[in-house]
Write a protein that binds this ligand. Sequence first.
Ligand code: GAL
Length: 696
Amino acid sequence: MQKISGITRLTFGTPETVTPVKLRHFQPAYDHLGKMAAADGPPFAPEKVTTRNNSRGFQVELPLDDDEQLFGLGLQFLSFNQTGKKKTLRVNSDPRVDLGDSHSPVPFYVSTKGYAVLIDTARYATFYLGALTKRRNRSNEGAAGDSEVGTAIETLYDCKEQAAERSVLVDIPTAEGVDVYIFEGPTMKEAIARYNLFSGGGCVPPRWGLGVWYRCKADYDQQGIVEMADRLRDEKMPCDVMGLEPGWQSQSYSCSFVWSDKFTKPAEMFSALSERGFKTNLWTHGFTHPASPIYKKLLPYSGEYEVFSQGLVPDFTMKETRDIFGEHFDKEHVSCGAAGYKLDECDNSDFIAAWPWSFPEADSFPSGLDGEQMHSLFGFNFQECINDIFRKRNQRTWCQTRNTHALAAPYPFVHTSDLYKHSDFIRGLVNSGFGGLLWCPEVRHAASAEDLVRRIQSVVLSPLALINAWYIQNPPWKQWDRHLNNDDKLLDDGGELENNCRKILELRMKLLPYIHSAFYDYHLNGIPPFRALVMDWPKDEETWQIDDQYMVGDRIMVAPVTAESSSREIYFPAGQWYDFWTGQKYDGGNKVSFDVPLDRIPIFVKSGSVLPLATVTQHTNDPEAFKLQVRVYGDGSLPIRLFEDDDASMDYENGSYNTLSLSWDSTKQDIVSERQGNTPANEYSVSGIEIVKEIS
Ligand code: GAL
């Protein structure tokens, strides 16, 4: 690996051979890293990092200043600010308590001091993030140390307040050494950007990936899927992707990867969906049933335990395994029209007592990994396998996954879950940006009409606007109650809920060019498109605890509402902000209480923004979608750069795109657009963004 300015690797002892960095498939985005402004230098001298090697494994201890706040550790649902916490990064699909369990723990944390740290391990490491006090040298003090022990109730707990030298201790089981990567800032956002570019740079979705997704009930047949597509079009509910759940396979749990007899002519289904403007996504997991045509080939490349009755656990870290899957998936699904996959259950189960379906940490795999390492890296390498199918075809994809790890930014996979607490989903979205992850707070059934609306509002302001109706017969806006829905007892509200939901899905379609541009910032500059406020305002102490507001790109701040209460407090960081709905202006540095009507999700636009809004269409490939209305907020001093690419290939990675800058000319009181590049149009052409002058 080349030396990269602003990134330091410290090697201690003899690091393991199985680590996220050593098993990486993408090279760092050297070009884009090279364009970053110089960093300020390391946050601490390397000799301040101490280590220990003992029978537990390997421990590394890093300095931590008194005023530093730490965030990250992957997809943490249950807490935001990690300072003072002890977390063991165990892969688990059902975290019950805030001890570090996660679908996707990532051994990476970031500091408000403007740096980030990657501990390059696939072990279930324990992080003590300022949670310990090191023994001090008191050899010159009296027996009671330098403080009197108080017994009054006021003094009993005084010890909590005493200043202590803090550190971050990472306890890595089994290991005899570790590589530690330090990413410099100077700000927290730049440190994360360096990490994302080191990972390979953020992925750019095809526009259809950013449209609305609808996953049909698992027992739908081929005709049912096409009928749902027609129904959505008839009812004018925007949708770009139809998702097929386990029923498409002849055998799932574990999987055959072969079409079931409910899908006798999949190619016809793909083309029927395509004619209607839909892409198709296939559910799968990796565990392979004996009925699968690839079962025998996979035997030498699998672990020692079975999963989901008879399923092999393929060793996706091996190229042989990925090739066996790649060949079969390409021939049987992708070449027929499948546009992507949902990789389910690639995490782990510890708390599903009735059905502990996963393989043990003590498993062993032909590549030499044990079960613990495999749990950490299973989803990541499964993603690599699927991604490679599409890359070989020079075809862009957008997929789902339920597990990933460090260095995930270049993978076009959005993380989903079976859990369902709305506030945890929002926290997951806020936290995901700290670790190169994309998170989707998906919508299924609801507890009330209000709950459904509030959930859809959050999901349209996330990387994947997914309605996952895998266990409901009818769309949730026809009936939010799961049981009534499946009994076909639909709401008798004159379509009111459906109309509300349609408007929210339409909001997604309007914001699509803006969100697409934010993903290019992820790709070119490593900036997470969805991120916590603290990343942009690390010095503002208010942001240190805000886990229910986030930035989408550089200009939009979102403050979702859950059904629990329609009123909430919203914090405005420095600057001036405009309410997206009313145009009302708010000054930064203030908290304001809002009563939020059901048809609105609080969205605020930074003063100065030039904000393009697409014409609402039923799907993203409708040319009308490229006609933009442009809003100008405040003095219009913040132009925006949109990207036109072929929306189909990976050629954008080689710079094959046009940029379209939209800026506000205050003298002429007009939008000025400037296009650079001349990517040729093709049948997916988006080279033709048109400005409709409706300046607000
Ligand atoms: C779950 C998954 C759901 C759905 C279901 C189908 O594991 O999280 O979204 O796909 O499997 O059986």
